[in-house]
Write a protein that binds this ligand. Structure first.
Ligand SMILES: Nc1ncnc2c1ncn2[C@@H]1O[C@H](COP(=O)(O)OP(=O)(O)O)[C@@H](O)[C@H]1O
Ligand SMILES: O=P(O)(O)OC[C@H]1O[C@](O)(COP(=O)(O)O)[C@@H](O)[C@@H]1O
Length: 308
């Protein structure tokens, strides 16, 4: 069984403004609301790709109700812990540039945090837990480390997609997959990742420190995969980019859906890139048909390990 865990979900509010003027009155041309937060995005794409899963985490208020209704509409099982305050609204402003404003999210009590850890402690051998997104400031900063310890104890495959301090803490833990983007990877090692060589070099370090599979996404420059003796690089297919919010989450879902269906890592990586790009090429997250039609346009090359 696959579980996703979103500590700080969001309603993603997309607003298009033709010429954004800072400090002025701006009127949007079109708007949309999507259930968001990294784990929830992974749940939605997994469902599209035929993998039933359960979404865990914290939700509250009218925004939390919206997310639950949307998940119900998509037939995604969920088991959230209710917060008193409302789930945040993250604004994604589309103008000549993409600007994101992600809120802090509601307060979470120690009791609520314990409740979630108890749910994670009940997962069974062979299950997958996708722990994705930022850790709210009101819970213990090492929440993902605690989750990783429970997963290791119960032989649950943990996937971590996070950034900043939470990513730093997960390094050194035995996890199934980590998927930083190249900015997050650079921040982690206090460097700048400019090319595939850099991505492989630092990806290797994550693998050596406990991550079985490592994917480094590089936006329009494609992605790199590192595990054992397998080093792969993929280019992105051609297409018109409409909205990259959720592309990274779609990659995680693409990889996991493919692995859970019994594919080899090469195919799972190709599916991951197809799913990431399929999301980038439309307003909402990708649909199964989009991923299927992009798959053959994603070229995956083996990289010679001796080069690194
Ligand atoms: N400009 C783009 N063109 C095509 N695909 C893209 C583009 N930007 C992102 N993607 C797809 O989405 C994946 C994840 O994007 P990235 O921005 O690196 O992740 P994140 O959303 O985690 O920051 C990429 O590997 C690629 O497959
Ligand atoms: O938990 P964080 O880091 O604030 O991120 C939450 C945001 O990330 C998203 O999950 C999108 O993530 P990606 O673009 O990295 O795939 C949005 O849905 C949400 O608004």
């Amino acid at each position: 069984m696959i579980y996703t865990c979103t500590l700080n979900p969001s309603v993603d509010y997309i607003i298009h403004v033709e010429q954004f003027s800072q400090g002025g009155l701006n009127r949007g041309t079109n708007t949309a609301y999507y259930p968001g937060g990294k784990g929830i995005n992974v749940s939605r794409v997994l469902q599209q790709l035929g993998q039933q899963n359960t979404a865990l985490g914290f939700l509250g208020g009218f925004t939390g109700d919206f997310i639950k209704k949307e998940l119900d509409k998509s037939h995604i099982t969920h088991d959230f812990i209710e917060t008193e305050g409302p789930t945040r609204v993250n604004m994604k402003l589309k103008s000549t540039e993409e600007t994101e404003i992600n809120g802090p999210g509601p307060a979470i009590s120690v009791k609520q945090e314990q409740e979630l850890l108890q749910k994670i402690a009940c997962l069974k051998e062979g299950d997958y837990l996708v722990a994705a997104g930022s850790v709210p400031s009101t819970i213990t900063p090492d929440f993902y480390v605690k989750a990783a310890a429970l997963c290791r104890k119960n032989r649950v495959n943990m996937i971590a997609d996070t950034s900043s301090q939470a990513l730093k803490q997960i390094v050194g833990q035995e996890v199934f997959l980590v998927k930083p983007n190249h900015h997050e990877l650079g921040e982690l090692f206090d460097t700048t990742i400019v090319n595939v060589e850099d991505a492989v070099h630092y990806g290797q370090k994550l693998h050596e420190q406990g991550a079985e599979h490592v994917i480094i996404s590089m936006g329009g420059q494609g992605a790199v995969y590192v595990s054992g003796d397998t080093y792969l690089q993929a280019d992105v297919p051609a297409g018109e980019v409409r909205n990259t919010v959720g592309s990274g989450d779609s990659m995680v879902a693409g990889f996991l859906a493919s692995i859970a269906a019994g594919s080899k890592p090469e195919i799972a990586f190709q599916t991951a890139v197809a799913a990431g790009s399929a999301t980038a090429f439309q307003d909402d997250l990708c649909k199964r048909a989009d991923v299927d039609s992009l798959l053959s346009h994603v070229t995956v090359h083996s990289l010679d390990k001796g080069r690194f």
